[in-house]
Write a protein of this length. Sequence first.
Length: 269
Amino acid sequence: MRLEGKTAIVTGGARGNGFAAAKLMAEEGADIVIGDICEDMETIPYRMSTPEVMAEAVKSLEGLGVKALGIKCDVRKAADVENMVDRTMEKFGKVDILVNNAGNSSMMAVADMSEQEWDEVLDTHLKGTFLCCKYVLPKMIEAHSGKIISISSVGGHRGFGMGAHYCAAKHGIIGLTKALSMEVADHNINVNAVCPGTVWTPMMQGIASFFGMEEEEAKEAFLVGHSFKDREIMPEDIGRAVLWLATEDTRCITGQSILVDAGWTARAP
Ligand SMILES: NC(=O)c1ccc[n+]([C@@H]2O[C@H](COP(=O)([O-])OP(=O)(O)OC[C@H]3O[C@@H](n4cnc5c(N)ncnc54)[C@H](O)[C@@H]3O)[C@@H](O)[C@H]2O)c1
């Protein structure tokens, strides 16, 4: 068990890519804290997780023989993030791994985008990643050990139509990852990002139904760009990259963004 005795916080971990990462880390012995908003957001055109979904996720992690805790936390809010870290310290006494995964998106042209639409996406992805790092880092620095893994996207390397806010946030996460990795290397803390291609999670399902697309049609459209046509990227593919970055196998990897995109960004335009 590669993560025996470790404690990991996974934001947005009640479902999707975050839950897959949480489950894989739990299978390697890590105790898990899930911080998730568990309520809908005004400008996001699909549902966020619910308290019931989070309770089910916690139960399923406990079923793997580790300790798990679900905390309602909106990563945009400093007080929520501070509370999540405090409660983690109370229950587990440390934070070894932070996975900044909470995310959402609307689809909108910049000229039509309200300030609120911009803020809800930017504040979740970018400010949320900053706030979680800010409150977790003192614990990691004191322990002289830590792994921070933030979920960016192919949208952190390329532009997506109708997704300027999402791409700005995901590019920002890569910049934050590079700069922070330099800042904390002397404290034995690795900081990396994982950049998924298209994964059929509730986020993508929500965006597809916003455009009135059926599942098969949406999956075909979303797979454009992926080199493998015989397989989909599954949440577990993202989770395995997160797990790898959480282990000592990657002790000399920091400041990197690792694409799990089925070759999408390697293709000529
Ligand atoms: N699915 C994809 O194709 C894809 C591709 C690239 C990157 N990603 C990234 O993967 C991450 C996970 O997304 P997913 O696809 O699993 O989506 P998802 O909607 O299934 O899961 C996202 C989770 O984040 C939570 N959340 C949203 N806003 C939050 C906030 N402000 N505070 C706390 N929790 C919040 C939601 O309740 C939900 O549980 C996101 O960062 C997303 O941008 C996804």
